[in-house]
Design a protein around this ligand. Structure first.
Ligand SMILES: Cc1cc2nc3c(=O)[nH]c(=O)nc-3n(C[C@H](O)[C@H](O)[C@H](O)COP(=O)(O)OP(=O)(O)OC[C@H]3O[C@@H](n4cnc5c(N)ncnc54)[C@H](O)[C@@H]3O)c2cc1C
Length: 427
């Protein structure tokens, strides 16, 4: 016997207009923008903190929010609001005040102008406040487990909460799990990693060090280890080794990869201290509690963004976000070399249809799992773009409620007007 069947009455925790699953950069922005449309919103997050990779994954800085050349802004809206709130806590360096190459970009020269370094614990506080002030209800320590689908619509989501299984009902759902977990359980076609091989980009366990001599590091920009300065003097985030072929939808694979990555952190620390000017006395401040996952599942949506769209800057009629970062695809196995493709349009566009999964009528997806070729998502998986997609999904979900909750039927002009009114950039 390799399966068991199980039947149980599960308590209904609540009924909502919109339920957002996953509280990373995309999910927070989806929940806040939906709640600001006066909808009853629940945001469900598996860990104890909002921010996803930005906090639990210790990833940073926010990649550029400017076009490819670093000349004009291409992300605004809630991203800007988050930066402004971080500024009031002295926990960020605004993107207009950074440039590359510099300690903030680990001396990477091209296409890294105007990144936004931030402090991750302060970001957790800012996101918490943002969500609560929007009126959205927040449920942390609660993991999406499964859903009940009837006639192509999700009726209930089953959640694994500390008190046991609970369920919620909503008219619209937004999957921001970074893993397309909801879409997959709802029967949406998905695929993992690169289309041909099924292999995702590698994972990395991020960590922080303090006590770095900034002057010594900036004077000799050699990079045996990639370390990015945070807004705090002498404090750096390190993004170094890779763990390959991690299946982020499989507990065994994640467990083994995280074990391997812990040992890599020790080795990276040794290399930093021995070979990187300024890091001789670096103190270990801690590793991320969650393994950094660059790529997992992608959904099949109403439109799949192609490498050509990113290279040519296809100006979709239903664009909801703009981005300009190169297609940053790390090597998928030890014997490959990294693949940072720079042939992207100065500004490229994300169409609303790539957020609409095939085969489900009350679901949107935002963040790194949208319908996009694996290579093409290499740039737009970054946090400013994920926030822009989340903001769009929140407004779209609210609009969909007025047309029988089918996100395919909304008025695109109303969505675009709602986004520009909220400070987002779509041109
Ligand atoms: C090592 C590494 C370095 C990177 N460097 C940068 C960088 O320098 N700059 C940059 O801008 N971007 C960078 N990125 C990319 C960026 O961090 C992510 O692509 C981005 O965070 C995606 O946002 P998201 O909201 O789609 O997903 P995530 O950030 O992955 O958030 C998903 C959220 O959903 C939650 N969740 C997952 N499953 C469930 C479930 N079943 N139920 C409830 N909640 C769930 C998670 O806990 C998490 O909070 C990097 C990524 C990695 C891994």
């Amino acid at each position: 016997m390799n399966s068991v069947s199980y039947s149980k009455e599960i308590p209904l925790y609540g009924e909502y207009d919109i339920c957002v699953l996953g509280g990373g950069p995309a999910g927070v922005c989806a929940a806040v923008s939906a709640a600001r449309q006066s909808r009853r919103v629940l945001l469900v997050e598996a860990t104890g903190a909002l921010g996803g990779m930005a906090t639990s994954g210790m990833v940073g800085p926010f990649m550029t929010c400017y076009d490819r050349e670093g000349e004009s802004r291409c992300v605004g809206g809630l991203f800007d609001e988050i930066v402004t709130r971080l500024q009031t806590r002295s926990a960020v360096i605004a993107p207009e005040n950074t440039d590359s190459p510099s300690v903030y970009t680990s001396f990477i020269e091209k296409y890294h102008r105007h990144v936004t370094p931030f402090l991750s614990f302060e970001l957790e506080i800012v996101l918490d406040e943002l969500v609560r002030q929007s009126g959205a209800e927040l449920l942390c320590y609660t993991q999406f487990a499964d859903c009940i689908v009837e006639e192509g619509r999700i009726r209930h989501c089953l959640l694994n909460a500390p008190q046991g299984l609970i369920c919620v009902s909503a008219d619209m759902f937004i999957d921001c799990t970074g893993n397309a977990a909801v879409a997959e359980k709802a029967g949406v076609p998905t695929y993992k990693g690169e289309e041909q091989s099924g292999i995702p980009q590698p994972g990395t366990l991020m960590f922080e060090v303090g006590g770095v001599d900034d002057d010594a590091y900036s004077a000799r920009p050699e990079r045996p280890v990639k370390a990015y300065r945070t807004p705090e003097a002498g404090r750096y985030r390190v993004n170094h080794y890779h763990v390959y072929n991690v299946d982020a939808a499989d507990a065994r694979s994640l467990t083994d990869a995280h074990s391997e990555a812990r040992l890599q952190v020790l080795d990276a620390l040794r290399v930093l201290r021995e070979k990187t000017p300024g890091f001789e006395k670096a103190q270990f401040l801690g590793a991320a509690p969650v393994l950094g996952i660059r790529e997992s599942r992608h959904i099949e949506g109403e439109y799949r963004i192609t490498v050509q769209d990113v290279a040519e800057g296809t100006k979709f009629h239903d664009r909801i976000a703009v981005y300009g970062f190169g297609m940053d695809v790390h090597n998928r196995c030890e014997t490959e070399s990294g693949n940072f493709r720079t042939e992207v349009a100065k500004r490229y566009y994300i169409p609303y249809r790539s957020l609409i999964p095939k085969g489900c009528h009350n679901l949107l997806v935002a963040g790194k799992t949208i319908s996009c070729e694996s290579q093409a998502v290499g740039g737009m998986r970054c946090m400013p773009a994920a926030m822009a997609m989340g903001q769009a999904a929140g407004i779209a979900a609210a609009l969909a409620l007025s047309c029988n909750a089918d996100p395919r039927r909304i008025d695109i002009f109303r969505l675009q007007a709602g986004l520009t009114d909220a400070g987002a950039i779509i041109d």
